[in-house]
Design a protein around this ligand. Structure first.
Ligand code: ADP
Ligand code: ZN
Ligand code: ZN
Length: 817
């Protein structure tokens, strides 16, 4: 009897592929183990065994496998089930899921490029003979492919050598341009050692009696060190002594204080948990009890707690319970909210039990964490991760927490699988018969709708921690201000007043502008021409800092123009404004204060994001200008004022969720103000001060926003009432896209009648030289989702079977919002 395996190949094939194996291999192989297999003429791929069986494939003759790569499965049966759900629900292949799920180093293939790791010095003596041969070859040749290795070592089985070289950090696989998460530097101070003698110290204090503020700082330093017996951070000293950083700097300059830096390593935490979790206040306590009760009835519960209500501390209590039972916890966060702030907060409670899974980690680090989770190691009992952590090989998952559940970045848009991590995590939890807690201050309509439909439980916290009041939100009518000449650039007189006051009191300020760059478009005042991206159907954005025009879609850039390209006029005007311009104007208005900026441009570089957060925490920046990056659950203690520069460009965004999003964004930014004792202030500048959403933001009225938005969704047949699948066709030939989309839509209409929208060109119809056209399938509540998807797949296959359309790329996006 012949033996076969079905494998998942890491390429988008509709079906599993079958290979033949020997009887001995059939006894050894199990689902979830890797094998190297030949594919096509000359390719070798790492594939994953899905099933061992004895059915000969009908359409082709099964090839033999190359070799077996594992002694034991590297993924679990539960994962395979989960992946199947993802592939079916999001209309993609298991190969797509496999690629997204496994760290790169699990998936060596013939095209993998191997290079020497120049950051690491390797002693030849540390290498085994075969490793040495490969390593040596890399001295002569900058990179090698799998086939080269096969030639060098004169054998097929080269994977173990690659793996051990990877383990020794001697080589890197290409595509791995990951930046390591670098330790952050924190400023500390201590008394200069010359004052360790009490005589000299006495003398110093006498001398400082004429400079009472400086003396206060020294005394505070003593009392903090005495209390905590730990090194003292500059920021703590400045808080406790109420001294400005200028005074501390004087003391450092006078060599009375000595400044030094510590690295706070955020990847590996070797220490023990050093703090008990906080005692909950009555609101939190009540919420915790309600969550536990709710879990008896519902598998999923939504925690709707206002910003700064202390949701994290409630999660901590739930986590404590689960890990006490020896189970694992997945704590999902949007990538950008996965800050060192939160990581270190959890580490103080749970010490070395916390692991972080993040796309910024190298493949090697992710590989390690994978193994730790697989082996149910204590150090990976709590996984704090961005969306891809749903793919980890959990063994005994006891609880899933999805914080900031309303965040759109949980949805992966490209490439497939186009999954929503919140929804996929809920399914994962259910496979373990475990519970999921969703948390947000501004829940997504779909989650709240699920509550109203009786699918999820709901628990609310309406009080901020310490009963700090919700920030006072004031709307500023900038149209009126303009008429009365009360604007300086983009700043109203009210905003300037409040900023002046906040700075005078030593508070920090956040200014929010949902656009980066200096001004989105440059327009000729003579002929109206605006410079366009040559690859995309979109105007270029002016970036002042580099004096460039840039495309935010494809990365194209060119030097800023001196004259209009169309008519030659030198009068080019800036329309709209971005973060760069806000920063520049703020700096002009407040020249004595430091103005910083946080957006994609300033955080792109190596540890940009953390650097800015740290600088702001350490009060090295007084005014921070930023895009929506600022909204992600950051906990800044000293911010009392938040200015939203222009609410209108959010409200007017052409998308059915624009108003829901605006509400969430504004309340989240507002939530950064006044998180400690004093009430924060928020100013929203707008041309439409009577807009319903702005009113709902200023009164923090989620219920009303929900009702009004849901009315719209009912009326216009949008999610969460209807479901959506977006089909995008792409090709560089405009006509092909046009004709193809018509064909496709006609096919869909025959099945679904009126619930098909389009085909339509999106607002930006050409990106990277490819034309796009969209078709939207709306699925009414009573229509079967799986039948709908089957019908779409059928039409899709016929479409791709037509010769002239074969080169058109089709993207199916389920729940594309
Ligand atoms: P949220 O996640 O709801 O925005 P956080 O959990 O970040 O709120 O809490 C806001 C602040 O209040 C944090 O600085 C946190 O340390 C503090 N806090 C919350 N709960 C407690 C508690 N029970 N005891 C002491 N401090 C708390
Ligand atoms: Zn012109
Ligand atoms: Zn472009």
């Amino acid at each position: 009897m012949p033996y076969f395996i079905d494998v998942i190949l890491p390429i988008p094939l509709e079906r599993l592929f079958t290979y033949s194996i020997t009887q001995a291999e059939s006894e050894f192989l199990k689902a979830g183990m890797r094998v190297a297999v030949p594919f096509g003429k000359s390719k070798i791929y790492t594939a994953l065994v899905f099933e061992v069986h004895q059915q000969q494939p009908i359409a082709y003759e099964a090839k033999e496998i190359h070799q077996i790569l594992d002694d034991a499965p590297i993924i679990t049966q539960t994962q395979l089930t989960h992946w199947q759900w993802i592939a079916e629900y999001y209309l993609c292949t298991l190969g797509d899921v496999l690629r997204a799920a496994l760290p790169n180093s699990f998936l060596l293939e013939s095209e993998t490029i191997i290079t020497k790791n120049n950051d690491k010095i390797i002693n030849d003596t540390d290498l085994k003979d075969e490793e040495f041969l490969v390593y040596e070859a890399l001295h002569h040749q900058s990179s090698l492919k799998l086939q080269d290795l096969i030639n060098i070592l004169d054998k097929k089985n080269v994977f173990p050598v690659i793996n051990s070289l990877l383990d020794k950090d001697a080589i890197v696989l290409q595509e791995e341009v990951y930046e390591k998460y670098k330790p952050k530097l924190v400023r500390y101070v201590k008394l200069n050692s010359q004052y360790s003698e009490s005589e000299k110290l006495q003398h110093l204090l006498e001398e400082l009696s004429r400079a009472p503020k400086q003396r206060d700082v020294i005394m505070t330093l003593f009392s903090i060190s005495a209390q905590t017996k730990k090194p003292v951070k500059v920021s703590d000293l400045s808080d406790a002594s109420e001294a400005s950083s200028a005074i501390i700097k004087i003391l450092i300059d006078k060599e009375i204080l000595e400044e030094y830096h510590f690295q706070e390593d955020r990847v590996v935490y070797t220490g023990e948990a050093n703090e008990a979790s906080k005692t909950l206040n009555s609101h939190q306590e009540k919420a915790l009890e309600e969550i536990q009760q709710s879990f008896e009835k519902f598998n999923i519960t939504l925690l709707h707690g206002v910003t700064s209500s202390g949701k994290t501390e409630v999660y901590v209590k739930l986590i404590e319970e689960v890990i006490a039972k020896g189970k694992q916890v997945l704590y999902l966060l949007p990538e950008i909210a996965l800050t060192s702030q939160l990581v270190s907060r959890l580490e103080t409670y749970f010490g070395g039990k916390v692991s972080v899974y993040h796309s910024k980690y190298s493949s090697h680090e992710r590989f390690e964490l994978w193994n730790n989770v697989m082996q149910n190691q204590p150090k990976a009992q709590i996984v704090l991760g961005a969306r891809s952590s749903i793919f980890l090989p959990f063994h005994d998952l006891g609880l899933v927490i999805v914080d900031e559940e309303h965040e759109t970045s949980f949805k992966q848009f490209d490439p497939a699988p186009r999954y929503h991590a919140r929804d996929a995590a809920i399914v994962l939890a259910s496979l373990f018969k475990s519970k999921t807690l969703l948390g947000s201050a501004t829940p997504s309509l779909e989650s709240y709708y699920n509550v109203k439909q009786g699918k999820y439980g709901l628990v609310e916290i309406t009080h901020r921690f310490n009963d700090v009041l919700m920030p006072d939100i004031e709307l500023v009518d900038i149209q009126d201000k303009q008429k009365r000449k009360r604007m300086t650039g983009h700043f109203s007189d009210r905003l300037i007043e409040e900023m002046t006051e906040a700075l005078r009191m030593g508070h920090q300020i956040i200014l929010f502008q949902n656009r980066r760059g200096f001004s989105p478009i440059v327009e000729c005042t003579t002929c109206g021409h605006a410079p366009q991206c040559p690859n995309c159907d979109v105007s270029l954005t002016f970036h002042q800092y580099k004096n460039q025009l840039r495309c935010h879609y494809c990365g194209y850039y060119t030097a800023m123009l001196k004259n209009c390209m169309a008519c030659g006029s030198v009068e080019l005007d800036n329309k709209g404004f971005g973060t760069e311009q806000v920063q520049e104007e703020a700096q002009e208005l407040f020249p004595e204060h430091k103005v910083g900026r946080m957006d994609l441009d300033t955080t792109r570089g190596k540890f940009g994001y953390d650097k800015i957060i740290t600088a702001f925490e350490q009060k090295e920046i007084d005014i921070l200008v930023g895009t929506q990056m600022l909204t992600k659950g950051l906990d800044f203690r000293n911010v009392k004022l938040v200015g939203i520069m222009n609410a209108d460009n959010m409200l007017n965004f052409p998308d059915f969720r624009a108003l829901e999003r605006s509400f969430q964004l504004m309340l989240q930014v507002a939530g950064r103000a006044g998180r400690t004792d004093e009430r924060g202030k928020v100013l929203i500048q707008t041309y439409n001060p009577h807009h319903r959403i702005l009113h709902q933001v200023s009164t923090n009225n989620y219920a009303e926003m929900y009702m009004e938005q849901m009315d719209e969704r009912h009326n216009f047949k949008y999610p969460p009432v209807y479901r959506l699948i977006k089909i995008t066709l792409k090709h560089k030939d405009f006509n092909k896209v046009n004709i193809g989309a018509e064909w496709y839509a006609t096919g869909l209409r025959q099945v679904f009648k009126s619930h098909i929208l389009g085909p339509e060109f999106p607002p930006i119809s050409r990106i990277r030289n490819q034309f796009h056209k969209n078709i939207l399938v709306k699925i009414p509540p009573q229509q079967s989702l799986s039948k709908t998807k089957k019908a779409i797949v059928k039409i899709n296959n016929s479409f791709l079977g037509i010769k002239e359309f074969r080169s058109v790329r089709v993207i199916l996006n389920v729940d594309n919002f």
